[in-house]
Design a binder for this molecule. Structure first.
Ligand code: ARG
Length: 476
């Protein structure tokens, strides 16, 4: 590096650095080593090889169909690209940093295989529309995989919900015992969240599905191309209508990252609950051996590492979103090399999300709630106090505010006596509210409390089972 920067004649050819064969016509010298290092994207954009080859095959077929290249050249290009695909997939393809990116690596190899025909492939297109197309195809494919992973996680949650539709547990607000709820209801809360995540990814997919190919560098092309043909060959709804826009926005990546961030946030909340619930102090749930680890020093430990890592992944996924928002901010139209910086955050976020979803689905599939611990905890902290207040309203016709006050005094009494509401003698309660009768005990158990919440969307087992049936159908 130092030698290069110290050399005075910067435009003289440097040893080992010939001008790029793809664009080097006007260059006397090859790039400085630092230039090559900062410029090259092959280290990461090789992941686009499948999309790049699919895009090139669609483009070549269109060029041949339109008579822009000969049928023979079109066929030679197609066969060469098929061979390259096989070479890459078998691991024999040699990637070169000097060729910068996946597009030029493939095109250079095509030249070796197909000779002059290869040089005709880049007619009427540019790397700018090429990379935008590759990236859209890759994001689209990744959205489909994410959708399947979310569906698998939701199915695991629905199975938990079905098994625990009537299992009572404490519901929390402020992480303080609030009211008894059912395990199934809590599981289905996450099903709703993950379903909205699927919706966000689907929205992103629908909006991105316009084909940039044929926008060329930025202005379109003078060749009589058929953009409809390439768009439909690649499964796009339509060609992008504005060539400048087509090569210069990465809003579809931002949308993907935003949806991924929200989804990772949901995963993070659930992961945090699993960490808390699997602690010895809570003991609400047992995570399987497959998704916990031991300590190298403390033999008794079962650490919820997978849950902790799922909890953490949102950090880098949100980081990827912020990184690309800042890359795109203030970029003048159309293409700028800044946009090459979209890929690493995209790949990292997509990989992280896929792993987090798989880990969560695995944990949920294996985890075993402890019905006894959940029930005992559900009854602690005077969790049926609201049921007592509701009884006073319903049976004695008391205004709710008044019932709230009376119940508060009864809770204070139970606390002083060291018992729960169901255990407080009737005469003691009657000393505070003479209208209370033995019938009140019907609403003070946690089971009765949960079963009474039959409003639509409520926690009663009967409502939970209905929702389980709905989700079973939707996820079938
Ligand atoms: N490697 C580039 C990218 O990732 C491809 C497009 C290059 N275009 C250009 N005009 N240099 O964005």
């Amino acid at each position: 590096m130092a030698e290069h920067s110290e050399s005075g004649a910067k435009d003289q050819p440097q040893p080992g650095a010939a001008a790029n064969t793809m664009w080097g016509g006007r260059f006397k010298a090859g790039p400085d080593a630092v230039m090559a290092a900062i410029n090259a994207s092959i280290g990461f954009d090789r992941r686009f090889y499948g999309e790049d080859i699919a895009g090139s095959r669609a483009h070549a077929a269109m060029l041949a169909a339109r008579g822009i290249i000969s049928e023979a050249d079109g066929a030679a290009i197609d066969a060469g690209l098929a061979q390259i695909l096989a070479e890459i997939e078998s691991g024999e393809f040699v990637f070169s940093e000097a060729l910068e990116d996946i597009h030029m690596n493939i095109e250079a190899r095509l030249g070796e295989i197909a000779g002059e025909a290869a040089g005709r492939l880049h007619t009427g297109r540019s790397r700018n529309d090429q990379v935008a197309t590759d990236c859209k195809l890759w994001v689209r494919k990744t959205i489909d995989a994410t959708d399947a992973a979310l569906a698998a996680l939701m199915r695991a949650l629905v199975a938990q919900a079905e098994a625990g539709a009537g299992m009572v547990m404490p519901g929390f607000t402020h992480l303080q015992t609030a009211q008894p709820v059912t395990w199934g209801h809590h599981m289905l809360a996450y099903v709703e969240m993950f379903n909205r995540d699927r919706g966000r990814f689907a929205d992103c997919r629908a909006r991105l599905n316009e084909c940039p190919l044929g926008a060329a560098a930025l202005a379109g092309t003078s060749f009589p191309i058929d953009r409809q043909m390439t768009a439909s060959a690649l499964g796009f709804e339509r060609p992008a209508a504005n060539s400048i826009d087509a090569v210069s926005d990465r809003d579809f990546v931002l949308e993907f990252l935003a949806a991924a961030t929200i989804c990772a946030g949901h995963l993070s909340r659930f992961a945090e609950e699993l960490v808390i619930w699997s602690s010895v102090q809570f003991g609400f749930v047992r995570l399987s051996d497959r998704f916990t680890t031991g300590s190298s020093i403390m033999p008794q430990k079962r650490n919820p590492d997978a849950a902790e890592l799922v909890r953490a992944k949102v950090g880098r996924i949100a980081g990827a979103l912020v990184a690309l928002v800042l890359v795109m901010k203030g970029l003048p139209l159309a293409f700028a090399k800044d946009m090459q910086e979209d890929k690493e955050p995209l790949f990292d976020a997509a990989d992280s999300l896929a792993l987090a979803l798989a880990a969560m689905a695995g944990m949920v599939g294996d985890m075993a709630p402890d019905a006894g611990r959940l029930r005992a905890a559900a009854g602690s902290g005077f969790s049926t106090a609201t049921d007592l207040a509701d009884w006073l309203v319903r049976v004695l016709g008391m205004p709710f505010r008044e019932a709230h006050r009376v119940t508060g005094r009864i809770v204070a009494l139970a606390e002083a006596e060291g018992c729960d509401l169901a255990g407080l003698a009737l005469d003691k309660m009657q000393a505070i509210e003479p209208g209370l009768t033995a019938a009140v005990h019907d609403v003070l158990s946690v089971e009765a409390s949960a079963a009474s919440r039959v409003s639509y969307g409520g926690t009663a087992p009967v409502r939970v089972r209905e929702q389980v049936a709905r989700w079973r159908e939707e996820l079938a």
